[in-house]
Write a protein that binds this ligand. Sequence first.
Ligand code: HPA
Length: 277
Amino acid sequence: MNEQQAHGENVRRSAEKVGASLGGLAPRIALVLGSGLGGLAARVEQPTTIAYGDLPGFPVLTVAGHAGTLIVGKLGGVPVIILNGRKHFYETSDPYPLKTMIRTLKAVGVEKLFLSNAAGSLRAHIKVSELMLITDHINFLGLNPLVGPNDDAFGPRFVPVTDAWDRDLGAKVKAAARQVGVPLHEGVYVAFRGPSFETPAEIRMAQGWGGDAVGMSSVPECLIARHCGLRVTGVSCITNMGAGLSEEKLSHAHTLENAARGAAGFEKLVMAAVGLM
Ligand code: HPA
């Protein structure tokens, strides 16, 4: 079996396991919880939890703040699947763990994917602990998870990403924000590979490119999801100003601390958004 066939087999077996745990639910929405945003997992009603270790091809996680569990249940009465934790491209250049996760969602009937992440702000009006709807992205990872032989079973070789971040889903997230009174900015997410944070010069570059926030995730998930026909929306939780834009010292602990500070608004927003999506 070559790598691609092994991947297909992993997706099939993982989908079988997740499918068997749905217990009559038919979730059309899945959420990926970003760094420090895992608290939402505790809000899932009637949860069934599967450790990534029990799902063939799912990643083995190593970063603090990322749990590594798939949770099936309901959020505010709406059936959902939650991916609590993911592997970043600063940990590996192997796209298969991420592909397995997203394609397993597709295989069990998910249609819409809500991504989330912790991010640095590039704009003075987008402040720490606030939220930003991602309306578009710039892939500065130096990697695209779809490089390599195309998996025709999942999607086409060339994927248009004019609408990578779905306008209608985004409008629903904005409506949800208004409904629950959570301020929500919108803007362009620039993905750097990390794991080092950016230099002030890189932050100025990203500003010049039209970016509004920087982070190290979500873009690969979005591309894999669009390839297999999932609609995507997502929110960044701003945990710091980009390097050089303030006096604060950047660290992962700082990211987790400030993500926790923004988490209450994030959870409120997501609970309302899934009801409208
Ligand atoms: N840069 C990159 N990734 C991040 C940041 C940042 O400033 N904050 C949280 N994740």
